[in-house]
Structure formats: structure tokens, C-alpha cells
Design a protein around this ligand. Sequence first.
Ligand code: XMP
Length: 319
Amino acid sequence: DWTMATYRDTKVAEIREQVGDKKVICGLSGGVDSSVAAILIHEAIGDQLTCVFVDHGLLRLDERAQVETMFRDHYNIPLVVVDAEERFMVGLDGVSDPEKKRKFIGGEFINVFEEEAAKIGGADFLAQGTLYPDVIESVSFTGGPSVTIKSHHNVGGLPERMNMKLVEPLRELFKDEVRDLGRELGLPDMFVGRHPFPGPGLAIRIPGEVNKERCDILRKADAIYLEEIRNAGLYDAIWQAFAVLLPVKTVGVMGDARTYDSVCGLRAVTSTDGMTADVYPFDASFLTQCATRIVNEVQGINRVVYDYTSKPPGTIEWE
Ligand code: XMP
């Protein structure tokens, strides 16, 4: 793709110009955007770049291992993995307001990045995989007055005190363009096609209070749902699919015993840029199969519902 080949060359030159001989910390989320940003920046400045992957305890099942493998085995890019589950869980304790969750998580990411920067003798720049829709949606909603719908952690939520400057080489791009650029940079198709995953992770898929126990329950349900989607050959037809764990308990029956457990919501949408989205129309039998497996296999969930809301008026994530 000549467009992306040109974009690549232009950005590499711009990054070199912006960064000079200074050091850059890149926050990796494991998603396509931050990976593409990291590879592009690495191409521009080599070992002036350090990538930091924060395991905030809000990741999906096996995600950390996948990202570690990918970066260590396929790219020769130094990767620091920070085990930060405890401090994120402590900070989220008692927080149920969606914007407060997002602000805390965004701020704590910066704290971790600054600590890691200090360890390598300081860094002048923080790199992120911010895309054009992230910029727009954090500022205003399609043309209306300036109303913040959500503070995307990689745009808003950056504390004023942060003393690193931002490097955001994907700020003009939409998701499909980032995927093209990823292919241009040699990222494997399987990785380029990954569904988006938000920086605040499972915290915004657990309305109400977040804790490790609830994250563990959600991780299991989410993994089953995605396994079913992959097995049915539907993964690539869907923009994003995930489970949410609701702060509501309902009554059920297992064998001859009464249960009183949480409700799990399933979401799947099609979209081209995340700014609008349509509900993915699964067959009823597919959803029944997912519900049966989740209730049978995940302790703590006894009821599964499917989210039929388009965006707008819904958003893709529940918070
Ligand atoms: P919403 O929920 O606003 O999501 O319809 C649109 C797209 O953005 C993703 N998303 C985020 N990505 N940091 C991110 O990197 C965030 O804070 C964030 N919040 C939402 C969401 O998963 C969807 O793809």
C-alpha cells in the first residue's frame, strides 16, 4: 500500500525530528494501536525507545503472556512489564463512578510510566497509540457542543503535572488505516486483526465496584465467549466482542439448588471506526450455547443477557 508506505516514511522522519537524541517511553496496551506506534517509533529511534506494558490486573485471560511473547519473540524491542495489579486494585477500591475509574486509571498509568522513566535515567517523551476517533470522542460528540462522553485514558486524564511530552504518531489515523500501517510494518495478520481493547480494561466492563474477584469472574466468561466466537469463525466479522459483569444478582436454579449470582452481559458490534456501531446479529442458538457454557463453567454467574443497543444511542463499552 503506497499510502501507508509514505505515511511510514513521513512519520519516521517526524519522530526523529521531534525526539532528537532523547529517550521515549511507550505505553503498550497489547492492542494494535500501541503496538503499531511502538514499532514505528522503534524504526525511527531504535534503542532510545523503551516499551512499558502495565499489568494493571484489568487484562483479559492470558493477555500479558501473549504480549510478552509477541514483543520478545517477534521484535527486538526492549519491553518492561510492570506488575501493578495491587496498586490498581487498591486505588479502585470503593470507586464506582465511571469517570472516576477512568481518571484514576489514566493517572496511575502516568505514575507508573514516570517511575519507569526514572529507572532509565529519565525520559523526555511518552508515546501512545492515540487515534483520531479517540481525540474527537474525548473532546465532543459528533458535531454537538463540547460534551465529554468519556475520558479516554490515552487522551484525557493526563495529569497537568506530567513532565513528559507526548509522541502520538497515529493521531491522524482511523483504525482501518492503523491496521494497514501495521501490515506495512510486518505485524502478523492475526495480531493486526485483534479486536480493540480499552486502556482502562476490565474496569469499564464491571459497572460498579471493581475488585480482583470480579475481574477473575469476568475473565473466565469473556474467554468462553471469545472462544465460541473464534470456533464459529466469526471473530473477523466482528469489530469488538466482550463480556461485562453486572453489579446485580438474580435468582437461579442449578440441579435442585437455588443460586443467587451475578448477571453477565454479552456485547458484539460491527463498526468501521468505533464512532458508530451496529449490534452483531448472532443466531439465537449461538447465544444459547454461550449462555449455557458461561453459567455452567463460571462460578459467580447464573444468568446471561445479550446487549441489543446500537451506537448511538449506546456506546460500545458500558462505561
Ligand atoms: P465507546 O465505548 O466510547 O468506545 O463507544 C469506542 C471505542 O473506543 C474504545 N475505548 C477506549 N480505548 N482507551 C482506549 O484506548 C479508552 O479509555 C477507551 N474507552 C473506550 C472502545 O473499546 C471502543 O473500541
